[in-house]
Design a protein around this ligand. Structure first.
Ligand SMILES: NC(=O)c1ccc[n+]([C@@H]2O[C@H](COP(=O)([O-])OP(=O)(O)OC[C@H]3O[C@@H](n4cnc5c(N)ncnc54)[C@H](OP(=O)(O)O)[C@@H]3O)[C@@H](O)[C@H]2O)c1
Length: 301
């Protein structure tokens, strides 16, 4: 397959390039930043600002992708809260521009979306058809992007995922390791529960869905590592795996104490049964994936 990845220099995008190439696809990337992974060759990449979109149609005509995986977004949750107009321009505008540029082309669209489309008021995992009710600007603009992709693409699959970490982006896991290593005491919220997800595993899940062809496509598919925990539990596990328990202490706090601009859902765990029914397997448990990532960071793997 010929696959175009937007946001291909980002945390998820970089791993998508690697995994989809390993799985035998021809992969091309668009981003405003230069590629970060070695697997991404300069001749398979174009610097394009998807918000402006003026060169998009001719670029899509040249690449002739069978599939577009739209990973580019403004994923800074508090930044979006402070600048709702920019959040809409980026998260909804880029999807609209891709839809307009791709009109008349026979291309399947995969939109990367988020658990933050939910309000978090439940205590059991959200299935794909659960009612959406975002509690912050980022979630509202990602839901807007979902709705635009539904209207613009006949073959549209929305991948909802959660709490990402990976080698090619700033993330919670690296931040905790850095602070713990310095011996800084950590205060971490214990009233938000989700499923931490390793971008390599997410990329493999997306590749497995793509491997099923059109029969693998659904309107929405949840793709996260399995199991769930709070940010506090995650921090404790990171410190244990890195062997830093003697160096620092982690204190559980409430979201109220942290006082960030954007509200977060208290519970955003998503049900993984649909992914299993499409590909035959869900993603592994979050603890196993985290141990693998931390092994990668230690240079053990
Ligand atoms: N991170 C999470 O925990 C999380 C959770 C659930 C869902 N998601 C979704 O997963 C996807 C990937 O997230 P991520 O964490 O990998 O994000 P990321 O690292 O910020 O990657 C997104 C990439 O898109 C680029 N981009 C932004 N605006 C662009 C534009 N106008 N034109 C072209 N490229 C542009 C970014 O460049 P800049 O760095 O310059 O902005 C970045 O390289 C996003 O759709 C996000 O909403 C993320």
């Amino acid at each position: 397959m010929r696959i175009l990845i937007t946001g291909s220099s980002g945390m998820l995008g970089s791993d998508l390039v690697k995994v989809l190439k390993n799985d035998g696809h021809y992969v091309f990337g668009f981003d405003v930043l230069d590629p970060r992974s070695e697997e991404h060759k300069p001749n398979e990449f174009r610097k394009i600002d998807l918000v402006r979109g003026d060169t998009l149609k001719s670029a899509l005509n040249e690449i002739k992708a069978d599939i577009i995986v739209h990973s580019a977004a403004w994923a800074d949750v508090d930044g979006c809260e402070n600048d709702p107009a920019k959040a809409k321009e980026f998260n909804e505008g880029m999807t609209l521009n891709l839809g307009l540029a791709a009109s008349g082309m026979d291309v399947s669209f995969f939109l990367i979306s988020t658990d933050y489309v939910f309000d978090g008021s439940r205590s059991t995992p959200y299935k794909e058809d659960a009612i959406t009710a975002p509690v912050n600007v980022y979630g509202r603009t990602k839901l807007g992007s979902e709705n635009i992709s539904d209207k613009m693409f006949k073959n549209n699959t929305i991948i909802r995922t959660c709490w990402l970490y990976g080698k090619f982006g700033k993330n919670f896991v690296d931040a905790i390791i850095k602070k713990a290593d310095l011996g800084t005491e950590l205060a971490v919220v214990n009233d938000q529960v989700g499923s931490p997800t390793y971008t390599m595993d997410l990329a493999s899940g997306i590749s497995a869905i793509i491997g099923k062809g059109r029969s693998g496509c659904r309107r929405v598919v949840n793709v996260t590592n399995s199991g769930s925990c709070s940010w506090y539990d995650l921090a404790v596990e990171i410190i244990k795996l890195k062997g830093l328990s003697g160096k620092t202490a982690v204190r559980p706090i409430s979201s109220g104490e942290l006082d960030r601009p954007a509200r977060r859902p208290a519970y955003s765990v998503m049900d993984g049964e649909r992914l299993k029914s499409i590909t035959g397997a869900g993603l592994r448990d979050w603890r196993e994936a985290l141990a693998d990532y931390i092994g990668v960071k230690n240079g053990n793997l």
